[in-house]
Design a protein around this ligand. Structure first.
Ligand code: K1U
Ligand code: ZN
Length: 175
């Protein structure tokens, strides 16, 4: 397994609609393992393939945050939201592609999602609480949408400017 670099906003690859995965191959399983390792190392609770520059519909998640609790890694190929609750939930979201920026986003409190697992088997589950927020945030990535797209224009522009500055500083440090 290896840790892959995470793209930082703004990057045109984070704005693209990703293509469906055509069959769960060894190559795609390796990508999923690398993404889990990258997510745990960051650390984060989710990661979508476009964040590591791969424009395919694959996400990973583990929303277990309690110290000492068993990890619950999830790998979802071609995830699709099939149902959303009318009830909404507000959560302060972050994003590994927008480091150190957080904002409240309102989303459906519960969602039913279908996907293919590591063996290519069809799965379906209902997610709630942080899992529901995270799975929606990650599926948004597959459609080229970031959590800042839910914010008012001024706040979004302010965060984008900070990220441009951060990327410039990181590039200068590297040179
Ligand atoms: O998709 C991503 O960029 C990952 C993102 C997922 C997410 C966070 C919050 C709400 C919805 C989706 C993150 O993991 S940001 C980091 C984070 O939330 C975290 C980091 C360490 C411990 C616990 C949480
Ligand atoms: Zn994100």
């Amino acid at each position: 397994m290896s840790i892959r670099p995470i793209l930082i906003h703004p990057d045109p690859r984070l704005k693209k609609v990703c293509a469906p995965v055509e069959g769960v191959s060894d190559e795609m399983r390796k990508l999923a393992e690398d993404m889990l390792e990258t997510m745990y190392e960051a650390p984060g609770i989710g990661l979508a393939a476009p964040q590591v520059g791969v424009l395919q519909r694959l996400i990973v998640m583990d929303c277990i945050k309690e110290e000492g609790a068993d990890p619950q890694p999830m790998v979802l190929f071609n995830p699709k939201v099939q149902w959303t609750s009318e009830a909404l939930n507000v959560y302060e979201e972050g994003c590994l592609s927008i480091p150190e920026q957080y904002a409240e986003v309102e989303r459906p409190a519960e969602v039913k999602v279908t996907w293919l697992d590591m063996h290519g088997a069809a799965c379906e589950a209902k997610f709630d609480k942080l899992w529901a927020t995270c799975v929606q945030h990650e599926i948004d990535h597959l459609d080229g949408k970031l959590f800042i797209d839910y914010l008012k224009t001024l706040k979004r522009q302010m965060i984008t400017r900070k990220m441009v500055k951060l990327k410039r500083e990181r590039a200068r440090e590297k040179a």
